[in-house]
Write a protein that binds this ligand. Structure first.
Ligand code: G3P
Length: 217
């Protein structure tokens, strides 16, 4: 399973890359705004230079024609840019065209298995079901991952399942168990994956025992 970082903060991308567990990055216009980005193109190039993995850059156009023009522009910024396209009828049309042009896409704002099926039929490289936002409204986001996995396996779709809107480590675990290809997560969640109190306690004990031996010799 691949780990992507869901962020537009360069410092977080750098830190995750240094940990050696970063397989890619996803952004969206809200994350770009939160990071205070003004020059989107320069920022996408900067993120793309920090990882060899795919970097999702989202279109802000809504019509097919404008999405295609924007997607071509974004794809030219760096070889590892993947264009994020919202799941709308216009977006689905754009997925097929972009696939024909060899531009990789990430179909975002997926909330049902049937939306994912349509995006896969249209040639999306990735689909991004939003787990946390489904949980927020009392649905079980993980059911969507399970059903998408089942459908893609049954029909042999190569579209990757990218579990998004991840809020905590349990989401990552469940997505892994359900067979998601990728989990994209905030940096805070990625850091939490490393933590276990018994690891800390065990290490403290090992070091204390070593020190005792050292002190008495
Ligand atoms: O990037 C898409 C997705 O991960 C957004 O997550 O936390 O805004 O629901 P969230």
């Amino acid at each position: 399973m691949q780990f992507f970082l869901d962020t537009a903060l360069l410092a977080e991308v750098e830190e995750a890359a240094a940990l050696g567990v970063l397989d890619g990055v996803t952004t969206n216009p809200s994350l770009m705004a939160k990071a205070g980005v003004q020059d989107f193109d320069a920022h996408y190039r900067a993120i793309a230079a920090l990882t060899a993995g795919p970097v999702s850059a989202e279109v802000v156009s809504t019509s097919y024609t404008d999405m295609i023009a924007e997607a071509r522009h974004l794809a030219r910024l760096a070889p590892n840019i993947v264009v994020k396209i919202p799941f709308t009828p216009e977006g689905v049309k754009a997925l097929r065209t972009l696939q024909g042009e060899g531009i990789r896409t990430n179909c975002t704002l997926i909330f049902s298995p049937l939306q994912a099926l349509i995006a896969a039929k249209a040639g999306a490289t990735y689909v991004s079901p939003f787990i946390g936002r489904l949980d927020d409204i009392g649905h079980e986001g993980m059911n969507v991952i399970r059903q998408i996995r089942q459908i893609f396996d049954r029909y042999g779709f190569e579209t990757k399942v990218l579990a998004a809107s991840i809020r905590h480590p349990l989401h990552v675990l469940q997505a892994a168990l359900e067979g998601a290809d990728i989990a994209t997560m905030p940096f805070s969640v990625m850091r939490q994956l490393f933590n276990h109190p018994l690891t800390d306690k065990g290490l403290a004990q090992f070091l204390a025992d070593y020190e005792k031996l050292h002190a008495s010799s």
